[in-house]
Design a protein around this ligand. Structure first.
Ligand code: SF4
Length: 455
């Protein structure tokens, strides 16, 4: 039986898809990279933005047509949208399986059952606060299957915590992924060691708010800084990244010091501000002011020379005036991010924002603010990228670039630096998963271009 897994959304979803793929492979299923060849299609979904859900619904619409001529095709929806919509999604004529993020451990059984019985199955959490037994089950699943599936060669994600306690008013994550639960340090490090034994060189530690990692054991409290130190000691691992950070004081200095002192920890900090207006930050239920946020960036830059900082913003949040937006632009200018993502607000069903706040910023205003903020960021990214000209950077190669033979010339490869800059350069086929030195010849706001540097 051939299975195609399509992933929408963030790194958490990519990791879940990697685990699901590994479990299905071990159970004897063949994983294919073309939906047309598949006997079963699993869609791992994202609920963070309306647009992400619409893409899934449109995909399901296509699958409905395919099923008319191929009725034996099994379609499963997993991930956040499955948890959010549950039985409603199961009513879709294309859908056979609805499986929440807390139930991915059951995926093999769910697919087998759908094939054999042709019955529709719903597997979602009734209570998003999982029992210790369920947490253990997820942990075992996570430890059993290596998370380097679907990742560029030599790279893997390692989840250090699940869920989120913050309840930002626009965000669905705490409702679909449950409260924060940090994984045991020993289990995390064992997983990293296994990945290193398999040839993984870069791990990315994942958590919705990875810097709030906290695990108490034997009178000691472990923070993310401790996990970084333990991971740094694993032989074979060369680079360690971690995403995503919530702007909070707790453990921030220790984590920055770990970044400064541990040679394998990359100098890259993704720390979304979301807005530069204190009024909007309060409405978003973010627990900091713009000034406090900028103080954190200042602290990070003072502790870690050469650190690259990335952020996210939401524009057009309910009540956002021109003056609020101007404060966001000011914050972006002061923050001088390496890059940042800008999203237009859309209310998510089930969140406090959707229940209590009127989506009162017109679509055209959101669009204009999006364009303006991106232009501000592009200018900053462009200036920062120029600092690399004529410099030699170390790159972990991911594979072919999107245009592998640009202008009919030599093969173009792509990789990233420790500060997460994308680098495109001429190379040879077999460099994916290797570290190389690249001399930068030109730059754009998001990408550095160069050629292999002589040793
Ligand atoms: S910190 Fe806020 S935005 Fe991030 S996952 Fe938690 S609730 Fe969502």
């Amino acid at each position: 039986m051939r299975i195609f897994v399509q992933t929408y959304g963030c790194q958490m979803n990519k990791l879940d898809s990697a685990l699901v793929t590994a479990a299905l492979k071990e159970a004897g299923f063949e994983i294919v990279d073309n939906e047309k060849e598949a006997d079963a299609v699993l869609i791992n979904t994202c609920s963070v933005r309306e647009h992400a859900e619409q893409r899934v619904l449109s995909h399901l619409g296509n699958l409905k047509h395919i099923k008319e001529s191929k009725p034996e095709l099994v379609v499963g929806v997993i991930g956040c949208m499955a948890q959010r919509m549950g039985g409603e999604l199961l009513k879709h004529p294309a859908v056979d399986i609805v499986c929440g993020p807390g139930q991915i451990t059951q995926i093999v059984e769910l697919v087998k059952n759908a094939v054999e019985t042709k019955l529709k199955t719903l597997a979602v959490s009734e209570n998003i606060r999982k029992s210790p037994a369920d947490e253990k089950c997820l942990d075992d699943f996570e430890s059993q299957y290596d998370s380097d599936e679907e990742q560029p060669p030599g790279q893997a994600y390692v989840r250090v915590m699940r869920g989120c306690n913050n309840f930002c008013s626009y965000c669905i994550v705490p409702y679909v992924r449950g409260p924060e639960v940090s994984r045991e340090p020993k289990v995390i490090i064992e997983q990293i060691k296994r990945l290193a034994d398999d040839g993984v060189k870069q791990i990315t530690l994942l958590g919705q708010t990875v810097n709030s990692y906290e695990y108490k054991e034997g009178g000691k409290t472990y923070s993310l800084a401790d996990i970084l130190e333990m991971a740094n000691a694993v032989s074979g691992i060369e680079w360690i990244k971690f995403v995503t950070n919530y702007p909070a004081e707790k453990y921030f200095e220790q984590i920055c010091e770990a970044m400064r002192d541990l040679p394998k920890v990359c100098r890259y900090l993704h720390i979304p501000a979301q807005s530069g207006s204190d009024k909007i930050l309060a409405a978003m239920n973010r627990k900091y002011t713009a000034e406090q946020y900028l103080e954190l960036l200042e602290k990070a830059r003072a502790i870690v020379p050469g650190i690259a900082v990335a952020g996210d913003f939401i524009v057009g949040f309910p009540g956002e005036t021109d003056e609020d937006f101007r404060q966001t632009v000011e914050l972006a200018k002061k923050a001088r991010y390496r890059n940042c993502f800008v999203f237009k607000y859309s209310p998510r069903p089930g969140t406090a924002g959707e229940r209590k706040l009127k989506d009162d910023v017109p679509a055209e205003v959101k669009r204009q603010r999006n364009i303006e903020l991106l232009a501000v960021q592009e200018k900053i990214s462009n200036e920062l990228s120029k600092e690399f000209l004529e410099k030699i950077v170390t790159v972990l190669v991911e594979g072919h670039s999107k245009k592998p033979h640009l202008d009919g010339g030599n093969l173009q490869l792509v990789g990233r630096t420790d500060t997460d800059w994308i680098v495109v350069f001429e190379g040879v086929e077999n460099l994916a998963g290797e570290f190389v030195k690249v001399k930068i010849a030109r730059s754009s706001p998001l990408t550095l271009f160069g050629s292999l540097a002589a040793d």
